[in-house]
Design a binder for this molecule. Structure first.
Ligand code: PMP
Ligand code: GLN
Length: 379
């Protein structure tokens, strides 16, 4: 048979983590913490497993968790979402994004994507038979010209995907971005898919601006979230999606035949754990300290850094170190210097100017970050 999906390649996260393992490199590539999940959360999962919460959860989620999230959304974003009809618990944000795209995007449609883009958007768009329409951000300022971006809208545009805080750039939307976005979409029927997995990881006093908090966007927005990011538990593959009932109905039509429901005991555990808002409200400070430590440790290396504004990623410019393109440089750094990073070009669908930038994940222990910096000092 011929491949149904010939444009697909193995995700750069698998490629770089495998290369890191093969060469025993310190893995600052794929985004996941290398320190433990809060033992209290693990005890809660254990408690609910022992209590017999081991069979299918309701398709939309364990009601206790949906209700807890509705309260959180209300208190953080001043938005009222019905836990029964407007929030669905998913198998990670990846499933939330995939099911959202499958539910709304049809063959022949166009979907606007700001690039560099997290790598699961475009393949889902292509599997839906649609076309991704990229708007490419460029180093060093990664600025969005909203007027230029607006020119990409056609009568075929079904969806617009945004991601703030942004992976891999670490840029957070400001009020003027949200305003421009709202104005741009106002005369259209475009659905907004707002990937907010790093909602609790914003730095330097910025505030996360959720699409959920803009009433003008309510009717068109699906916002996706990841417990993997918020609870340092990427391996549990748990997330959720929030959106107006008319959108959520369609979303669930796909979700029910994709995974049906997500892990039951973990949902109960998270519902109880999130009763205490300090479990997520301290995250920005926690990761800002890691970002600052990382930048401090790396100051004697020839990398150049513009401090990340959010997410747990930091871009580094290597133009003083090498002439290699970013993919070759990332491989070289992994194999020869023992530190694995992520190149940016796989996050673009079209050939880009030679950015000479790679992404570091700083969701790591102090020892790991220090060991990586030591390996890079002599570059
Ligand atoms: N969106 C972005 C921007 C991400 O960085 C990630 C991965 N961490 C996801 C979605 C997927 O999240 P999850 O691991 O919950 O599937
Ligand atoms: N989101 C993580 C990253 O950006 C990776 C997730 C994955 O490997 N699919 O590194």
């Amino acid at each position: 048979f011929s491949s149904k999906f010939p444009s697909a390649e193995t995700t750069i996260f698998s490629v770089m983590s495998a290369l890191a393992q093969k060469h025993e490199a310190i893995n600052l590539s794929q985004g996941f913490p290398n320190y433990p999940v809060d033992p209290r959360l693990i005890e809660l999962v254990h408690k609910y497993m022992l209590a017999g919460k081991n069979q299918y959860a309701p398709m939309a989620g364990v009601p206790e968790l949906n209700q807890r999230l509705a309260k959180k959304i209300d208190s953080l974003y001043g938005a009222s979402y019905d836990p029964a009809t407007e929030i669905t618990i998913t198998a990670g944000a990846t499933e939330a994004i995939f099911s959202s795209i499958m539910a709304f995007v049809r063959p022949g449609d166009e979907v606007i994507v700001i690039e560099p883009a997290y790598d699961c958007y475009l393949p889902a768009i292509e599997l839906a038979g649609a076309k991704g329409v990229p708007y490419a951000l460029k180093a060093p300022d990664w600025a969005i010209d909203w007027e230029e971006l607006g020119q990409l809208i056609t009568e075929k545009t079904r969806m617009f995907i945004i991601n703030s805080p942004h992976n891999p750039i670490g840029r957070c939307f400001r009020e003027e971005d949200m305003q421009a976005l709202t104005d741009l979409l106002a005369p259209t029927n475009i659905i907004l898919l707002s990937d907010e997995v790093y909602e609790h990881i914003v730095f330097d006093g910025q505030k996360h601006l959720s699409a959920l908090s803009y009433p003008a966007l309510r009717d068109r927005t699906l916002a996706t979230y990841s417990f993997g990011k918020t609870l340092h538990s990427t391996g549990w593959k748990m997330g959720y999606v929030v959106g107006a009932a008319r959108l959520m109905r369609e979303f669930r039509m796909v979700h029910q035949f994709n995974v049906f429901s997500a892990n039951t005991a973990v949902q109960y555990a998270i519902a109880e754990y999130l009763e205490d808002p300090s479990t997520y409200l301290g995250l920005s400070a926690f990761f800002q300290a890691k970002r600052d430590l990382f930048l401090d440790l790396m100051k004697d290396t020839p990398f150049q850094f513009e401090p990340s504004g959010g997410s747990y990623f930091q871009l580094g410019d290597y133009s003083q170190i090498s002439e290699l393109n970013d993919v070759d440089f990332a491989r070289w750094l992994t194999i020869e210097k023992g530190v694995a990073v992520i190149p940016l070009s796989p996050f673009y669908s079209q050939e880009q100017p030679d950015n000479k930038v790679v992404r570091f994940c700083f969701a790591k222990t102090e020892e790991t970050l220090a060991a990586a910096a030591r390996r890079l000092e002599g570059l």
